[in-house]
Design a protein around this ligand. Sequence first.
Ligand code: ADP
Length: 296
Amino acid sequence: MSIHVTSVSKSYKNQKALDDISFSVKKGEIIGFLGPNGAGKSTMMKILTGFIKPDSGTVLVDEIDVLDTPIESQKNIGYLPEHNPLYAEMYVREYLQFRAHIYKVDKSQIEHYIEKVGLTAEAHKKINQLSKGYQQRVGIAAAILHNPSVLILDEPTTGLDPNQLVAIRALIKDLGTEKTILLSTHIMQEVEAICDTVIIVNKGKIVANETLSNLQKNTHQILSVQFDKPISEADFNSLSNIKSTLKKGDSWVVTFNSKEDMRPKLFDFAKDKGLKILELSSEQEQLEDLFRKITS
Ligand code: ADP
């Protein structure tokens, strides 16, 4: 395991930010740490990177205990904090040289990382002359200069315009071919665009930890059906596991509280009622809707 978190809790005075959190991340995975604002994401990221200590629990990154040996474990961790604190008055190369010095990285490596994050054309500029998207690239370059195996990115695309967003997501995906990545976000589409697996947190607790495909499978089943004759909502009462029904044009969108394939039941239902099915299709529940349901 690249990351192994066991029973981590953290309170700020009376405010419980993390409540008995446990999860693991396999080597080479890109995991989305998803939750609404205030869910505890940044607190978890700061604990993972050794910046703050939890009240209880253990954290291993690449088998090294972050709480006992933070300096040792930080060699394996690259961290892009929320709001990416950079020295705005510094030139890009100057800043990366400064960071290389802190991490005792040979300065000859800097050009390699400038190229890797797509900063070559901007590297002669001052950081405050760069767009937000390029500033994020500087932050990411600084985070990977010491070639860590694990990358922790706290809300890496917040405040980017749509083009920058696509470019930074592509860069993160590319870095994910070499590194284990845990990124926090409050946007489900971000997870869908980048991640293999999602951990959903709400009010300091994990409420889901699934691959995206499993998350989709484990949700309700939604069927859209068109009959040859009009029927009323009450007619559906004879069907089992119905969660909701909605009339949409000539069709009915029926949501079932069941993972079992409900299509045969719907055919039986039509036969019993003397109806013919003109159209039947399965709809995926949007992950965004699911996220809102889980965390509302
Ligand atoms: P997220 O990153 O998901 O928005 P945070 O980890 O920043 O969530 O915050 C979790 C909870 O802890 C929130 O209720 C927040 O107000 C509280 N919190 C975070 N940092 C501090 C702090 N330094 N002092 C007091 N409360 C804090």
